[in-house]
Design a protein. Structure first.
Length: 326
């Protein structure tokens, strides 16, 4: 399955860019880009794809996306005659190496760097965090220069300290170079990541690596991940299977084996239970959002398909996007 690459407007001289759009129809394919992205949606309802996650959203949404994490928003509130409720989408994009500088590697930016390291699974923010972030983001659309940079950092600090958030994509979308404060947990995680496709992997094997009793390790693991070892391993395997369904043309039987399942019937049962569809249905619903008619692209974004063709961009009268470089 093709994942289109968006060419963002971020320049080397930018700290970030902000795109303020009204009445969008989200008429673009599933795509990714090397930049971080924070996307605020106000007033529309529909479905959101982030990695292997497909979820509905209603009236508001705020998601932080890490580099190369594929994503797409859809609207389900557009009538057959094309009429849709007014909505606003504010998108902030910034370079993946922005916080690599000497100044931004200092202690006060630790939580922000940690937030960005965790964003490769996509993070959705809710509650009072959403409300405060919405105020900062909409305020940013009216700012320029150094003041805008200060508010941008304030926004990232707010998100970095929030507990009103959750991951969207499964564990397999996390970088294997995990940012963990607990060294023993990092050893356990790395071992599971390297061996999850072995159908004989058991909790006792991992516990032995840490010289722990199985029951002790079980409590230790759940305390650090908020998941049982069994649930974590299943999430990793299903996430890998989803990734293979999206990124390869391999058949379901081979993907089942590569993902650590040795029984196709059990794989299909668990997939239906946790993804609410069969593996083939899952692949099909993603493919429907990737197949794209370039002659009807309405949004002012540019994507790079495999053939690197140049496609004209059309822009309807009721679509307005303001771009600001900061």
């Amino acid at each position: 399955m093709k994942i289109f690459r968006e060419i963002t407007p971020v320049k080397k001289s930018d700290v970030f860019v902000i795109l303020d759009s009204y009445n969008v129809h989200f008429d673009y394919p599933i795509h990714n880009h090397p930049e971080y992205e924070l996307n605020l949606v106000i007033g529309s309802s529909g479905n959101r794809i982030v990695g292997d996650s497909i979820e509905g959203y209603a009236k508001k949404d705020l998601v932080l996306l890490g580099p190369y994490l594929y994503h797409k928003w859809d609207r389900t509130d557009i009538r057959l005659d094309g009429v849709a409720p007014d909505c606003r989408v504010v998108t902030i994009q910034f370079d993946e190496h922005l916080f690599d500088s000497t100044l931004l590697s200092k202690g006060p930016f630790y939580r922000i760097r940690k937030l960005l390291n965790r964003s490769n699974r996509g993070i959705c923010f809710t509650g009072t965090t959403f409300d405060q972030a919405q105020s900062l983001i909409t305020g940013l659309t009216r700012l320029q220069g150094f003041e805008s940079v200060l508010v941008f950092l304030q926004l990232l600090e707010l998100l970095a300290n929030s507990t009103e958030c959750r991951f969207l994509a499964s564990e397999v979308f996390r970088e294997y170079a995990l940012d963990l404060d607990n060294h023993r947990m990092e050893i356990a995680y790395q071992y599971v990541v390297r061996n999850f496709n072995n159908p004989d992997l058991k909790i006792g094997e991992v516990a032995e690596k840490l010289h722990m009793a199985e029951s002790t390790f079980s409590h230790f693991f759940k305390k650090n991940t908020n998941k049982s070892f069994t649930h974590f391993l299943l999430d990793l395997r299903l996430g890998y299977a989803c990734k293979q369904l999206l990124e390869s043309d391999d058949n379901v039987g081979n993907i089942c084996l590569k993902s650590g399942f040795n029984n196709l019937a059990n794989f299909n049962r668990l997939f239906r239970k946790y993804r609410r569809c069969t593996p083939l249905q899952y692949r099909k619903q993603y493919k429907m959002r990737v197949d794209f008619d370039w002659s009807h692209q309405l949004t002012p974004y540019q994507f790079v398909p495999e053939d690197n063709g140049n496609h004209p961009l059309l822009k309807p009268e009721d679509y307005a996007t303001k771009l600001a470089h900061n």
